[in-house]
Design a protein around this ligand. Structure first.
Ligand code: FES
Length: 94
């Protein structure tokens, strides 16, 4: 049973922003109890690569492969979202 799901957009705009490499970086991390899922467009195409963490409903934008280890360690392992990557449309306090 997975406790979290990571949706990594693999649609056109995000792919152009390197989301295939972001997905590969997540898959390279061995994160227990986390399901990593390539997704269709998440409707945030101008700020890709888009990554969404469920059930937390935390959205990350402009994610690069080099950001994946921070998301994995801070958010997925320690429950602390990575502030500077939060999508401003959903997390306005940032
Ligand atoms: S192409 Fe990724 S959010 Fe639309």
């Amino acid at each position: 049973m997975f406790s979290k799901q990571i949706l990594v957009c693999q649609y056109q705009s995000c792919l152009a922003q390197g989301s295939a490499e972001v997905l590969a970086a997540f898959l390279d991390c061995s994160i227990s109890e986390v399901s990593i899922v390539p997704s269709e467009c998440q409707g945030q195409c101008n700020l890709g690569a888009t990554v969404r963490v469920l059930p937390d409903e935390v959205w990350y934008c402009r994610v690069k492969p080099s950001d994946v280890s921070a998301i994995a360690e801070s958010h997925l392992q320690n429950g602390q979202p990575v502030d500077h990557l939060l999508h401003p449309r959903f997390h306005r306090s940032y």
